[in-house]
Design a protein around this ligand. Structure first.
Ligand code: SAM
Length: 302
């Protein structure tokens, strides 16, 4: 699949309209190759043990400011890491830095009922399990059967416990179910993760943005219904477009049942952020280190 010249021009125009003077930086960021990053799976090992193991294999990991369980490897490929025993036995998980942010902001606690609405392949589900040290009750939903099998096998390899995997469209979950925290890492156009230096491999169109936005609205509505009063909802996408991001957040805030929680940028120190149209939400600027990414947080009133 390759992106058409019309879709590429439309994306450029949207970015110009939405980010003004910053749109050149966004465009440049989408032309950069992302460096390799990983999360140390502290359910199975320690940061020191993984650094030692990587060094013994001639690799030079670097620390990550906002998350002490993450490492980058600017000079190594994911292929190299997949060949290591620490990958095969689930001591590390290959994950982009941006994708590690939503579970941190969800702030999951042991003993809580937590829903991951769009879970496969399981990067964020397993991070939530790790942050709660296997002590939260997690429901992970994924409608695609093949992706769901991948989710199950990743969770097993990583030693994740107490996760109820459901091969289901989360819009069809029973609304009697109530959760303390919900992560909605929504299906999206992926506009923040495009590698425009390889336009032949890109799947992106205006129609994809419109269809994603419709689905995101429906998923967000369902998430609001299933959240306990006082509960926290984190909404995220790997898109840079307002239609999928602030517009969805604003729609979920209408009606007065949800209130916005401002993201504390001190927690995200060293992460380059773009200006958003809604204060308190975060859009990560795409770069060599980070994918373009969007996050907003809600709490249910009551
Ligand atoms: N959270 C995942 C992770 O960190 O590994 C990535 C999720 S990916 C951005 C979005 C996922 O949502 C895809 O696996 C897709 O199949 C799934 N999805 C699509 N429609 C859905 C729906 N109606 N309900 C739940 N999940 C859905």
């Amino acid at each position: 699949m390759s992106i058409t010249p019309e879709s590429l021009a439309w994306l450029r125009q949207q970015l110009k309209e939405q980010y003004g003077a910053d749109s050149d930086a966004v465009w440049n960021g989408l032309h950069q190759k992302r460096i390799t990053s990983l999360r140390v799976n502290t359910l199975k090992t320690t940061l020191d043990a993984i650094i030692r193991e990587l060094n013994q294999n001639g690799l030079t990991p670097e620390p990550v400011g906002f998350f002490d369980q993450a490492l980058t490897l600017p000079h190594s490929s994911e292929k190299t890491l997949r060949e290591l025993d620490i990958y095969k036995n689930g001591c590390i998980y290959l994950q982009s830095l941006s994708s590690m942010i939503p579970p941190l902001l969800l702030d999951p606690q042991p003993g809580e009922d937590i829903l991951d609405m769009c879970a496969a392949p399981g990067g964020k589900t397993s991070e939530i399990v790790q942050l709660t040290n296997n002590k939260a009750m997690i429901t992970a939903c994924e409608p695609d059967r093949i992706r769901c099998d991948r989710l199950r096998s990743n969770l097993k390899r990583l030693g994740c416990e107490r996760v109820n995997v459901m091969n289901k469209d989360s819009r069809k979950l029973d609304s009697f179910l109530k959760f303390d925290r919900i992560l909605l890492d929504a299906p999206c156009s992926g506009s923040g993760t495009l590698d425009l230096s390889e336009s032949k491999k890109i799947h992106f169109s205006q129609k994809l943005v419109m269809n994603s936005a419709r689905l995101q609205g429906e998923l967000l509505k369902k998430a609001c219904e299933m959240l306990k009063p006082g509960g926290r909802l984190v909404y995220s996408t790997c898109s840079l477009l307002r239609q999928e991001n602030d517009a969805q957040t604003a729609a979920a805030l209408r009606g007065g049942k949800m209130r916005a929680v401002s993201i504390d940028m001190k927690l995200l120190e060293d992460i380059p952020a773009l200006k958003t149209s809604l204060p308190g939400t975060v859009t990560v600027l795409p770069s060599e280190r980070f994918e373009g990414f969007y996050i907003s947080i809600f709490e249910k009133v009551g």
